[in-house]
Design a protein around this ligand. Structure first.
Ligand SMILES: *[C@@H]1O[C@H](CO)[C@@H](O)[C@H](O)[C@H]1NC(C)=O
Ligand SMILES: *[C@@H]1O[C@H](CO)[C@@H](O)[C@H](O)[C@H]1NC(C)=O
Ligand SMILES: *[C@@H]1O[C@H](CO)[C@@H](O)[C@H](O)[C@H]1NC(C)=O
Ligand SMILES: *[C@@H]1O[C@H](CO)[C@@H](O)[C@H](O)[C@H]1NC(C)=O
Ligand SMILES: *[C@@H]1O[C@H](CO)[C@@H](O)[C@H](O)[C@H]1NC(C)=O
Ligand SMILES: *[C@@H]1O[C@H](CO)[C@@H](O)[C@H](O)[C@H]1NC(C)=O
Ligand SMILES: *[C@@H]1O[C@H](CO)[C@@H](O)[C@H](O)[C@H]1NC(C)=O
Length: 564
């Protein structure tokens, strides 16, 4: 039953009016102390598998999703875990990698029939060339498993071939596939004996990057009757071309037969990314519950804690941080700009009904019977009652599950992660060193500063990581020379070493600039922290600050939770 006193109707809704009101609301936001993270983080911690070093909790993701939460959120610069981090490994799928013994032997002609061809360009489509490249790749990259090879294509000149493959690190805990494409330099001798002289860097084989639609994959090994997960909703495929164009509604009739939900205004803007996700996923959860399309605002305001200007920055795009392609393919969403122009166009003629809700206490269950084309939730100017996530509190918590599996990190960012890991040959250990404000705050973290000093690190890592290893250090310590004492024992690596993966000449830069209508995108603090965290998670041995390096608690003194 609808509680009519809480609901109001409006037949002549004007989007431009909404714009003004929304601006007014945003203008009205004065102060906010509450930001999500304590909750999100304890909660997110709870979703992690026990072997995950970031969080030593064993509670399942379901607990996280249904947790009670009136809690307020502390501002925090930690990066939230997203859906792909939780995808359970399906070992059956991963057991199907291509073993070198699966690749047919390369045949070498006994007769010198190639005599005259030595100077001709290499025929990259030759089956023997293909077999040779596969064998060479499998032998050369010892720490990854190959799942599929694309047919080689001509490289930059007659002596090179480009070949793509799908792989996964063989020790990987994170369930994702990666795509790489490299350039092979090949020589040919008189009897058609091909030899690989060299393999290019990560993503050097640009000509093999795109797989044409419907083109059969070159080589893959699968158990009888099985298909490799091709469904993009199943597992992220990092390195594949991203298509995150905005969805369009094809026709007036499909538009006016649709049912939509939009959230408008509210105090969530410019809060932490974790607050953003907590609120956005509440809206998305409600839309799914109501079987409606969520009309979303793809613009994001990035909180000052992640910006180089130290001011909140508008004009960011959801797609800089998250995988919109995955979202649009696995849920029904529309961009609000697109939506309002369609609405303007068709609403006058079709008199599409709008149902306005201005109290978060109206639950999604109350709205289940509403038939109007659009349900619009408006949020006021008083914090914290104007936070979107309040809709999902109370009684609703047991009904609406936040669909975390729909939020993956941007695959463009994960491609940087894959680039870094590839340069380290997927054979490195990682250490997460939290310093910054926490290390200075002796009241809440009495030992953190000394426990993460270079001297302490040298001694605590010595029985955890073998001398001579590649060690990736994920840290918020800005001055990496701080860690110099570790260099005697380890080959240390930091995010900034890999700047070329996002600088002006990088694929990331080209793609984000294009996405951003030609305006270059800064690799901001949140993106960097995302990449840093994800590289850490790909280390063979992963040493966390809390629990591994110090006995201080993650959230301050006496906040350690019983871990199992
Ligand atoms: C959440 O807040 C509401 C009032 O805002 C209160 O009635 C309720 O008990 C609180 N729930 C929890 C779990 O603290
Ligand atoms: C794993 O994948 C295989 C093959 O795709 C499928 O048959 C099996 O049911 C999956 N197992 C789980 C637990 O999802
Ligand atoms: C490849 O197959 C051979 C023979 O079937 C087996 O001995 C070897 O262990 C396999 N290699 C891997 C990496 O599984
Ligand atoms: C072809 O290109 C590779 C590098 O891509 C270079 O090393 C090689 O010398 C070139 N070969 C010829 C014949 O130009
Ligand atoms: C092909 O060339 C490689 C390297 O140049 C050599 O080791 C191999 O023996 C040759 N094979 C034949 C059959 O000539
Ligand atoms: C991207 O996907 C949309 C459908 O979501 C499709 O219409 C469009 O053609 C695709 N663009 C490219 C470049 O593949
Ligand atoms: C949404 O659709 C599902 C499946 O068609 C149905 O069971 C459910 O009752 C619908 N929910 C609402 C609120 O209409």
């Amino acid at each position: 039953m609808l509680n009519r006193s809480l609901l109001s109707r409006s037949g002549s809704f004007r989007p431009e009016k909404l714009g003004q009101e929304a601006l007014a609301l945003i203008g009205n936001l004065c102060f906010t102390i509450f930001v999500l993270v304590v909750l999100i983080f304890t909660l997110i911690a709870a979703t992690y598998q026990p072997e995950d070093p970031l969080f030593h909790q064993s509670t399942k993701i379901t607990n996280f999703l249904t947790s009670t939460s009136n809690a307020t959120f502390n501002s925090d610069d930690t990066v939230v875990k997203t859906g792909e981090d939780f995808v359970a490994s399906n070992q059956t799928v991963f057991d199907t990698f291509i073993n070198i013994t699966d690749v047919p032997a390369v045949t070498v002609e006994e007769l010198p029939i190639c005599q005259g061809d030595v100077d001709k360009p290499i025929d990259c489509t030759d089956r023997d060339v293909f077999n040779l490249l596969m064998k060479t790749a499998i032998e050369h990259f010892k720490d990854i498993h190959f799942y599929r090879f694309g047919k080689p294509v001509r490289g930059s000149n007659g002596s090179t071939c480009d070949m793509a493959w799908r792989f996964r690190p063989n020790k990987g805990k994170i369930a994702a596939f990666y795509k790489d494409y490299r350039r092979f330099l090949i020589s040919k001798s008189g009897n058609c004996n091909y030899t690989v002289l060299g393999i290019g860097d990560y993503h050097s084989g640009m000509n093999a990057r795109k797989r044409k639609k419907n083109q059969k994959p070159g080589f893959e090994k699968l158990p009888k009757g099985q298909k490799l997960a091709e469904d993009p909703a199943a597992l992220p495929l990092v390195g594949e071309v991203v298509n995150d164009t905005l969805p369009v509604v094809e026709s007036e009739s499909s538009f006016s037969h649709g049912k939509y939900l939009i959230y408008s205004g509210g105090g969530d803007r410019c809060k932490s990314m974790n607050h953003y996700l907590w609120s956005f996923l509440c809206a998305l959860g409600e839309a799914q519950y109501l079987n409606r399309t969520l009309v979303m605002d793809l613009t994001i305001c990035l909180n000052s804690m992640h910006t180089s200007s130290h001011q909140d920055e508008e004009g960011k795009d959801f797609r800089f941080y998250f995988d919109f392609e995955h979202l649009k393919e696995s849920a029904s969403v529309l961009d609000q700009g697109q939506f309002w122009s369609d609405w303007e166009k068709w609403q006058i003629k079709d008199r599409l009904p709008l149902f306005l809700v201005d109290d978060f206490k109206v639950t999604p269950m109350n709205l289940a019977q509403v038939r109007d084309t659009l349900i619009m939730r408006k949020f006021g100017s008083v914090e914290p009652d104007n936070y979107w996530y309040r809709v999902c509190e109370g009684e609703t918590e047991s009904v609406i599950q936040r669909p975390w599996h729909l939020i993956w990190k941007s695959r463009r960012l994960l491609d940087i992660v894959s680039g870094i890991a590839s340069r380290l040959n997927w054979d490195f250990d990682s250490v997460h060193v939290v310093r910054g404000e926490k290390a200075k705050n002796k009241e809440l973290w009495p030992n953190l500063g000394t426990d993460t000093s270079p001297e302490a690190l040298v001694s605590s890592l010595q029985d955890k990581i073998e001398a001579g290893r590649n060690v990736y250090i994920a840290t918020n310590e800005p001055d990496t020379s701080f860690f110099n004492p570790l260099k005697d024992k380890y080959s240390t690596h930091f995010l900034d070493e890999y700047k070329d993966l996002w600088d002006e000449n990088s694929e990331w830069y080209a793609e984000t600039t294009k996405l951003n209508n030609g305006v270059p995108v800064e690799c901001d603090g949140y993106m960097r922290a995302s990449v840093d965290t994800e590289v850490f998670l790909r280390g063979k041995k992963q040493i966390e600050t809390f629990n591994d390096l110090t006995s201080d608690c993650k959230d301050g003194i006496n906040t350690c939770r019983a871990s199992t």
